[in-house]
Ligand binder design. Structure first.
Ligand code: NDP
Length: 296
């Protein structure tokens, strides 16, 4: 059996086209584009690349981008006052604060300060609670992207055995909730799970978000399973030249490809979907705000 590569770049390109059309329709109706504000504190190189890429894609679909780059020494109160200003700005529909934040800033307090209706990352406890209770939440972007990728191969997920490895607030937990809402039978594995290989081998759909390079081996995977690899790990790659690096996922791709029905590559799988779902959420937030009269 030849394994299918789940092409996140191709799927997200199609969705970005849909979003751009939606933006045009929104402008025609309301006379302004949806707006996304991205806030970066400090100069972490990986975060800086993500922020640049988010801002560029925001502009590409015709939305307005508000980029705020603050020094690493920024105080919590300065960041909180920027957030309350963005909360008040009518032309801003979505606010994203790039994580991680420097040690002097309490991440939880910052996430709580974002207006839940503009919380396009879906990290505010109000949105996490709405997701858990079946309400109209803004949902975290990476799990939303994983759902689109999984459905692109499997269609309806009803009755499937799904295993999510990792239980973080931003990926694993909401992932498990979305799968359960889609009627999959869901197991969450984590660092306390015994026989993690055997647990993974039960999965028709295996979603891995642990942050350990190539942890999941080929013999952990049920033959014919669909695997979504969320992990992004940068490893030294001296074979490519001095100082070179390469990206790998949380799954040993070369082993998995021999066993699976379909798998996401790293890079080019989940990563592009995360930004696309962020723009989808911004569109959704803009529509909800306009429907509730909270925009010009
Ligand atoms: P966290 O570090 O917040 O969470 C990792 C989770 O994995 C924890 O729940 C932890 O369990 C679990 N875990 C760690 N070690 C093991 C182990 N040996 N066995 C079983 N479970 C284990 O990471 P994130 O969820 O934020 O990110 C995970 C990965 O996904 C990272 O590589 C990150 O870079 C990537 N990522 C990719 C995105 C994308 O757009 N493609 C977006 C977000 C993240 P416990 O709770 O018990 O400690």
């Amino acid at each position: 059996m030849t394994a299918q590569m789940i092409d996140g770049v191709k799927i997200s390109t199609g969705l970005l086209g849909d979003i751009a059309r939606d933006v045009d329709a929104f402008i025609a109706l309301f006379g302004r584009p949806p707006g996304l504000a991205v806030v970066l504190v400090g100069d972490d190189p990986a975060s800086s690349v993500y922020v640049r890429s988010k801002a560029q894609k925001t502009l590409d679909v015709g939305m307005r981008s508000f980029e705020h780059r603050l020094p690493a020494t920024t105080s919590e109160s300065a960041l909180l006052s920027l957030i309350s200003e963005l909360n008040r700005m009518e032309e801003v529909d979505g606010i994203l604060v790039q994580l991680p934040l420097p040690a002097q800033i309490d991440e939880r307090r910052v996430l709580m300060a974002i207006d839940p209706e503009k919380d396009v990352d879906g990290f505010h406890p109000m949105n996490a609670g709405l997701l858990a209770t079946g309400g109209e939440a803004l949902m975290p972007c990476t799990p939303l992207g994983c759902m689109i990728l999984a459905r692109s191969v499997l269609g309806d997920l009803t009755g499937l055995e799904a295993v999510v490895v990792g239980r973080s607030n931003i990926v694993g937990k909401p992932m498990a909730q979305l799968l359960s809402m889609a009627n999959a039978t869901v197991t969450i594995a984590h660092s306390g799970t015994q026989n993690i290989a055997g647990t993974c081998r039960r999965a028709d759909l295996l979603i891995v978000a642990v942050g350990h390079p190539e942890m999941v081996r080929g013999n952990w995977i049920k033959p014919g399973a669909v695997v979504i690899d969320v992990g992004i790990n940068r490893l030294a790659a001296p074979e490519l030249g001095p100082g070179k690096t390469r990206l790998v996922g949380d799954v040993t791709f070369q082993e998995a490809i021999k066993v699976v029905r379909a798998i996401t590559p790293v890079p080019g799988g989940v990563g592009p979907m995360t930004i696309t779902c962020l723009l989808q959420n911004t569109m959704l937030a803009a529509h909800r705000r306009s429907a509730s009269g909270k925009q010009p």
